[in-house]
Design a protein around this ligand. Structure first.
Ligand code: WT7
Length: 651
């Protein structure tokens, strides 16, 4: 059980299934052996420098690969490059202007096909629009858009002129938008009238207007027409995107920027305190995302059709819709809406229609698909798929198997990719042509990345559960928190000396594979055993009737904390609470048996799809709910509270 006498996290779950790369996949993969690992182990900075020079165009070479003054890193110091040039111009100059950059599909079914040539013209024009509105290198521009191509255009136009963007997810409230605009002191806001979601237009401009009542730094607002809904346009301040674009020049040279020029801010809400403006810069970030996008997804840009289902408002959208794929000249699908409009098979109809080969989504979506049943993917020809990816939360081994079997025809490798807004790009992941997979494990740190699991006292451990830390700087790492250097040091560099601590628990198995165990704040303490929520959830999800589970530790007079589980069943399934408790005991041990299980059709999640265990703990302990503003659907917890008030053994 507990690995030593220290207070580390218990290691309960044993997963023995192994999947080596399929021979035909391996044969045509970019990396089939250990060469990248070996090279990076010999000289990690030299390794990153080779990636930077091979994958990107630099106008001026750097003089120093990495300057490391803990906790501050600079990469490719003295180097100059333009991100938009790297994502667009050079592909067009190389004769790939007619290659499709984006197959865009609106939720109502309308489509747009945008080539690299088209995108370049649009970005140059919009960069000139921004200049005409007074935006200069070093300014901040806020973006609050639905999933329309203009979101990518706006980001790349900022990059082209060296203005930093700050994208706020379109599902966030006007207050969240105002806070982020004010923290960044943005000059311009780019928004839309509205966008489509579940068959209806959600108004964005109205929310933006509310925010704009309290954002003194904003001088101009650019409005993309998408929803067709009525909006108010304030004369002198608000301008239609299509009007501004109608007669602007498409001549806008890409000026080389310093490698450490601020590329963007992206705010993370975290669980407490005011949102943190995570800072990412130019040369290191672009190197990191281009490298990881190429090798983790084994990208063959001439034949692959890549689809990442994230929203551009999250870091996944920044790194793996805009910057990584476009730096690599990929062809991708971009979809505006929800997975269940008009039917629960919308994603699979898109995969079939565009012959998607690489599909990247989140565990929350996979578990939802499990709930909807295998009939939905079975309605479509998914044989174009050759690689599947997952990001955002630990993926339970059974969800991983379901994904591989029902979406990936039992043959596609599944890459579980661990990273964070703060890391900028993927850090821990298999290389699909080289790594033998274990369902539910993110496997190993990528070549160039140094991850270690440590115990409470900061000592490195080789086996068992502990804290996931990073020991060396990496090119895509955050450069700080906007306006708050102290908070940066305190949040990431103070728990363990000389190490970046990400807040996640992890364990190493006997073969050295890494398993993410969720946030250490969520770890439960049951009779002195420190049990990760992830392992109990995975045990629950391994029951054939269960699609999704969330567990929390609630105060208990005898055991310190007791395990309370919230469980969503697969479509049409039923199960007895006692049987499910015994199933957990059998899978991972009696100590991890939930005291109570509540069945629920939905779990409370953040807008990016992460389960909010803090709220479930409040419900379980009968407390008034704390901050619920980051919740995607508040009615879910109301329902859970109602059920908790009823007899717990019911249901
Ligand atoms: C947190 C970061 C990275 C893009 C999306 C989320 C969790 C992320 C995994 C994974 C287990 C994961 C961690 C991490 N997480 N990917 N593959 N396995 N956990 O970015 O919102 O900054 O969240 O998401 O807890 O710290 P984010």
């Amino acid at each position: 059980m507990s690995n030593d006498e220290t207070t580390n996290i218990d290691d309960l779950l044993l997963e023995n299934r192994k999947f080596p790369p399929p021979p035909d996949f391996q044969e045509r993969s970019l990396v089939a052996g250990t060469q990248l690992y070996d090279e990076a182990a010999r000289d990690d900075e030299g390794f990153w420098a080779r990636q930077a020079s091979e994958l990107l165009h630099w106008d001026t070479d750097w003089t120093t690969i990495c300057e490391w003054d803990l906790p501050y890193a600079k990469w490719f110091v003295g180097g100059r490059l333009n991100v938009a040039y790297n994502c667009l111009d050079r592909h067009v100059e190389d004769g790939r202007g007619d290659k499709v950059a984006i197959h865009w599909e609106g939720e109502p079914g309308d489509t747009r096909t945008i080539t690299y040539g088209d995108l370049l013209v649009e970005v140059k024009k919009f960069a000139n629009v921004l200049k005409s509105l007074g935006v200069q290198t070093g300014d901040r521009v806020n973006i609050y858009l639905p999933m329309v191509p203009e979101a990518a255009v706006a980001m790349l136009a900022c990059a082209r002129i060296g203005a930093a963007h700050s994208v706020v997810f379109g599902g966030f409230s006007s207050q969240a938008l105002a806070d982020r605009i004010n923290d960044a002191e943005a000059k311009v806001l780019i928004t839309a009238d509205g966008g489509y979601r579940r068959g209806e237009v959600f108004p964005l401009k109205g929310a933006a207007d509310e925010a704009l009542a309290n954002t003194p730094s904003i001088e101009h607002v650019v409005v993309v027409k998408r929803g067709g809904n009525d909006v108010e346009m304030k004369v002198g301040r608000d301008h239609w995107y299509h009007d501004l674009m109608a007669d602007v020049s498409d001549d806008c040279p890409a000026e080389p920027m310093d490698s450490e020029q601020l590329l963007f801010l992206l705010y993370t809400s975290g669980t407490t305190g005011k949102p943190k403006g995570i800072m990412h810069t130019t040369g290191g970030y672009l190197t990191h995302v281009a490298y990881t996008h190429k090798y983790v997804f084994d990208l063959h840009p001439d034949t692959d059709v890549y689809w990442c289902t994230a929203d551009v408002g999250w870091i996944t959208g920044h790194s793996y819709i805009v910057y990584g794929p476009m730096a690599n000249g990929a062809t991708q699908v971009m979809y505006e809406g929800v997975p269940n409009f008009p039917g629960n098979d919308r994603f699979w109809s898109i995969v079939e229609k565009y012959k998607v080969t690489i599909f990247y989504t989140a565990p929350t979506a996979i578990r939802t698909f499990m709930k909807w049943g295998i009939e939905e993917p079975a309605k479509h020809d998914l044989s174009s798929l050759r690689l599947l990816g997952s990001v955002g939360e630990p993926i339970n081994p059974e969800a991983w198997m379901w994904y591989r079997d029902n979406i990936g025809a039992g043959t596609c490798p599944v890459v579980d990719t661990w990273w964070q807004t703060e890391t900028g790009g993927i850090m821990i992941s298999p290389l699909p042509g080289a790594t033998t997979l274990k369902p539910g494990s993110a496997t190993f740190a990528l070549p160039g990345v140094s991850a270690e699991v440590v115990d409470d006292g900061g000592q490195r451990i080789d086996h068992g559960g502990g804290y996931l830390t990073l020991t060396r700087p990496w090119p895509g790492m955050l450069r700080g928190i906007w306006g708050d250097g102290e908070r940066y040091r305190e949040t990431y560099w103070s728990r363990f000396s000389d190490r970046y601590f990400a807040g996640d628990g992890a364990k190493l198995d006997a073969d050295g594979y890494l398993w993410l165990l969720g946030r250490v704040d969520d770890v439960m303490n049951v009779s002195g055993h420190r049990i990760s929520t992830t392992e109990v959830e995975s045990a629950l999800v391994s029951h054939p009737s269960v699609a999704e589970a969330a567990v929390v530790g609630a105060n208990d007079p005898t055991t310190g904390q007791a395990i309370i589980a919230y469980v969503t069943l697969r479509g049409g399934s039923q199960v007895d609470e006692g049987d499910l408790r015994n199933h957990v005991a059998k899978e991972i041990g009696a100590i991890a048996k939930p005291k109570t299980i509540y069945f629920t059709p939905d779990l409370p999640k953040t807008r990016s799809g992460k389960i909010m265990r803090r709220l479930l703990r409040d419900v379980a302990e009968g407390r008034n709910l704390g901050d619920t503003t980051t919740l995607a659907d508040a009615s879910v917890v109301d329902e859970l509270q109602r059920r908790a008030a009823d007899s717990p053994s019911e249901d």
